[in-house]
Design a protein around this ligand. Structure first.
Ligand code: V47
Length: 439
């Protein structure tokens, strides 16, 4: 008879092979809901103990959104790909007269509005190039047209760089204080039906990266100013980080740092009280005037901001990390980030952005199987049905990139969470036949 000897060394938990003692003090801070430093962030990016990082991010994500993950029914609308800029990472833009350039007219936009209503969509995500040939009225007319045909659908529209462009074409832009013109623009767009701002165009808040990859685009200060004005006007906004091109890890971490300081300000306006001594500024550009105390939402039982707080102002709802897609761009020679890098970036974002209610794994760019895995790594939202998406193409050439509600729900359920349909402001959507309401 063969006997099997008991192993002299017992099998260790999965993390043990890569056990990293540098994670221990970070874990203690995460448990206590304390803010992580940029040095902590560097360890999270550097460590071979990837499971340790994902596990901490899951803990925070589960504290903030126990048992649930979000999706929505939405449509993206790219109204024009004509753009005055030529950012190196972008393969979306075309010059006037170039093959493939387009600008949608109001009939097309109304048609899209009707289709959105038919499909039960609760949100339009509207962005485009900086088209120098369109007047300011094009934008207000577009929103009003959608309001007419799709009155219930939330209009999340225009990135910060588009809004600065609108201030220029409306001739209200003032170089000394861009906030003045942007406020004028946002007030008019809000009147026309604008509901919130998407998070695009932030890229990576860093001078070096800015110069190398998107030199003529607005920089960090202007981007932040636009979102500050939006928040002051009671509009919520999102933000993104486009990573995996010419950026380095410390630049990504500073990006997170700047965003969470900006969110401290927004939350202070909503009445959150913070820890005035809980922060030593690390690497934030001096000219970024963040004077709010540290406000974290990652401790057990913290109250997340919600739609009922709009009277006081808006805030950042979610950060969506966007992995760089090299194909067709001027930076095509770069490899772009791979799966593990994407997974880790979601987790680090969750851990560093302790005052952001949501972290989104945008399935269009991450793929649905990866987005599903990311629900275990810090993300609580996988975005929506999308339908047409023209900025990047994950598979092949087409802009038709759609998934069904059933697939989104299945991905979430398989990951062990209850799928919650949300509207743009993260309210639960309740459906009764073709009717829906947000609660
Ligand atoms: O602003 C451009 C980025 C953004 C590439 O707010 C690229 O909820 C990767 O902002 N590879 C548009 N990214 C997408 C966006 C977004 C998506 C989903 C949800 C939300 C939200 C916002 O895509 C652009 C730019 O930063 N981008 N080119 C590229 N080659």
């Amino acid at each position: 008879m063969t006997t099997i000897d008991a192993p002299s060394v017992l099998p260790q938990p999965l993390t043990s092979g890569n056990f990293d003692p540098r994670l221990e003090p970070i874990r203690a801070k995460v448990f206590a809901g304390k803010r992580l430093s940029l040095e902590d962030g560097a360890v999270l990016y550097d460590t071979a103990d990837i499971w340790g990082v994902l596990d901490m991010a899951k803990l925070v994500r589960d504290r903030m959104h126990p048992g649930v993950a979000y999706y929505n029914i939405n449509r993206h609308l790219n109204y024009s790909n004509v753009c005055a800029l030529s950012c190196k990472f972008c393969e979306f833009y075309r010059k006037k007269g170039e093959d493939g350039e387009y600008t949608r007219d109001l009939d097309y936009i109304r048609e899209q509005g009707r289709k959105a209503v038919e499909s039960g969509a609760t949100e339009f995500h509207i962005v485009g190039g900086l088209n120098p040939y369109l007047p300011f009225e094009y934008y207000t007319d577009m929103l009003k047209a959608l309001r007419e045909v799709a009155p219930q659908v939330h209009l999340k529209a225009f990135t910060a760089v588009e809004l600065v462009h609108l201030a220029r074409i409306a001739k209200v832009y003032k170089r000394e204080d861009p906030k003045i013109g942007v406020r004028w623009v946002l007030e008019r767009l809000k009147e026309a039906g604008l509901g919130s701002l998407p998070g695009g165009g932030a890229e990576v808040f860093d001078e070096r990266v800015h110069k190398e990859a998107f030199k003529t685009k607005i920089g960090a200060h202007e981007w932040l100013d636009v979102h500050l004005v939006a928040h002051e006007l009671g509009l919520n906004s999102n933000c993104t980080m486009l990573y995996g091109h010419v950026d380095k890890v410390d630049e990504r971490l500073r990006h997170f740092e700047i965003l969470r300081r900006s969110q401290d300000q927004a939350l202070q306006r909503l009445g959150y009280e913070g820890d005035p001594d809980g922060y030593i500024a690390q690497g934030v550009p001096e000219s970024a005037p963040f004077d709010a105390p540290v406000i974290t939402l990652s401790a057990e039982g913290a109250t997340l901001p919600n739609a009922s707080m709009f009277e006081q102002g808006g805030y950042y709802q979610t950060l969506t990390p966007l992995p760089f897609f090299p194909d067709g761009s001027e930076l095509e020679f770069l490899p772009g980030p791979a799966g593990l890098e994407n997974l880790r970036t979601i987790a680090v974002a969750r851990l560093m952005l302790d005052n952001f209610p949501h972290i989104k794994a945008f399935w269009i760019m991450q793929t649905l199987p990866m987005a599903q895995l990311m629900l275990e790594a810090g993300a609580d939202d996988i975005d929506g049905t999308v339908v047409w998406y023209d900025i990047t193409k994950a598979v092949g050439e087409g802009t038709h990139q759609e998934t069904t509600v059933t697939d989104l729900q299945k991905a979430i359920e398989e990951a062990g969470y209850e799928p919650v349909e949300r509207d743009t402001l993260y309210r639960r959507v309740v459906r009764d036949g073709r009717e829906w309401r947000a609660e």
